[in-house]
Design a protein around this ligand. Structure first.
Ligand code: SF4
Length: 402
């Protein structure tokens, strides 16, 4: 499937391009007190390591603005200052050197204040995100629409953009976040039809995982698959590192960013499983995550169906009777004892990343494929083929010959 992205303008958050044909970026936000410079920087580094391209930091008082002045030059990724009520803190953040601002203009009531911030941002050459949020919609709009419906969010966004455009400021990205997924999706769809500024996607106040993850994926992925969205943030009630990881993985799974992290596929297990699949997967995931290898790994609970179903994976292991069949691109390269399954998998994954597929296939144990086939046949005859291949072939032949 090819995703045709909505045509949007491009802007830059420091060195990170947002919009146009630039890669969709991942954002997250620190949870530390900004005045705690070392604590905040440690979290920024952790977020960057987990996949965040851009990090937002609150600037809610003068001490926070002063903290930003120390954090920005030491940060590995561009920093955006999050401003709510005090426009002077936006000006102070710009002075601190941030690469962008996020404003909720509904909270900065005075038009002249919004314009003063736009002027300063323009002079500094940094973008502003107009962050409209269903929970803090202007009271006049709430009165007009009766509820924070998608039309109200879009109305608010267009109104706030107008303030910025009035002073010739166009370095804008926009979010219209809602905690109700269908309303969030509809808000962005409506907005995408009206403007060509880059869009920052997110489901606001999504809550803790797993619910928060599900809501975020439902809203963000729906829009991304429609080509809408230029930068994303998962808003989870969790360690923000989880947000950054989730955002990065979502883009990788949708084929929108190059794989940089582990993609672990595993069967859900069933009565045919020859091992405790959940436990093996848990161990394998921990060990492989620690290696930081950007490969797709399969863990399958039985050899009857496992290798066939996971043949697209870079590497995988399927459980036989007390043994594990290790395969690369669907070819069995080694048969190992069950208690060595995870160690063998991680070891081979490391070699595969270093040496490549051809070299590792050439180094395969020549007896492994036959051994594996023999064992799979035995298990199939003992337990039957889950796909009932013979039975189905016979049924098809019967129908064809009638
Ligand atoms: S791979 Fe085997 S154990 Fe896993 S779900 Fe399929 S049939 Fe069941």
């Amino acid at each position: 499937m090819t995703i045709t992205r909505r045509a949007s303008r491009q802007l830059h958050v420091g060195p990170v391009a947002v919009g146009g044909d630039s890669p969709i970026s991942v954002q997250s936000m620190t949870t530390t007190k900004t005045a705690d410079v070392d604590g905040t920087l440690a979290q920024v580094y952790a977020l960057s390591g987990a996949g965040a391209d851009i990090v937002r930091i609150t600037c809610n008082d003068v001490a926070a603005a002063q903290g930003l002045a120390e954090i920005v030059p030491r940060s590995p990724v561009p920093i955006i200052a999050d401003i709510h009520f005090q426009y002077r803190l936006a000006l102070a953040s710009i002075e601190a050197g941030v690469a962008g601002l996020r404003l909720n203009p509904g909270n900065i009531r005075k038009e002249e204040h919004i314009k003063a911030v736009a002027k300063a941002a323009g002079d500094a050459g940094i973008p502003i995100r107009v962050g409209v949020n269903a929970g803090s919609l202007d009271k006049d709009l709430l009165a007009k629409y009766g509820a924070p419906v998608p039309e109200a969010l879009v109305d608010s966004a267009l109104h706030e953009i107008g303030y910025l455009e009035d002073v010739g400021f166009h370095d804008i990205k926009i979010s219209v976040k809602h905690s109700h997924v269908p309303s969030m999706v509809e808000s962005y769809r409506l907005l995408a039809e009206r403007i060509d500024y880059p869009l920052h996607l997110g489901v606001t106040e999504a809550g803790p995982p797993p619910g928060g993850l599900i809501k975020s994926v439902a809203g963000i992925a729906t829009l991304l698959l429609e080509g809408i969205g230029d930068t994303i943030r998962f808003s989870l009630t969790a360690d923000p590192v989880e947000e950054a990881k989730a955002g990065r993985k979502l883009l990788e799974y949708l084929g929108l960013r190059e794989r940089k992290s582990l993609d672990l596929i595993a069967c859900p297990s069933c009565g045919r499983a020859e091992v405790d699949v959940i436990e093996v997967v848990r161990e394998a995931e921990a060990a492989l995550e620690a290696e930081g290898l950007p490969i797709q790994v399969a863990v399958m609970g039985c050899v009857v169906n496992g290798p066939g179903e996971a043949r697209e994976a870079d590497i995988g292991i399927a459980a036989g009777r007390g043994r594990g069949h290790l395969f690369i691109k669907g070819h069995v390269v080694r048969v190992v004892k069950e208690h060595d399954m995870v160690t063998a998998l991680v070891d081979e994954a490391r070699r595969l990343a270093d040496e490549g597929v051809d070299a590792r296939l050439a180094a395969a144990d020549v007896t492994a494929a036959d051994l594996a086939e023999e064992e799979a046949l035995q298990l199939r005859s003992m337990r039957g083929d889950a796909n009932r291949a013979e039975e189905r072939r016979a049924a098809v032949a019967d129908v064809a010959s009638e």
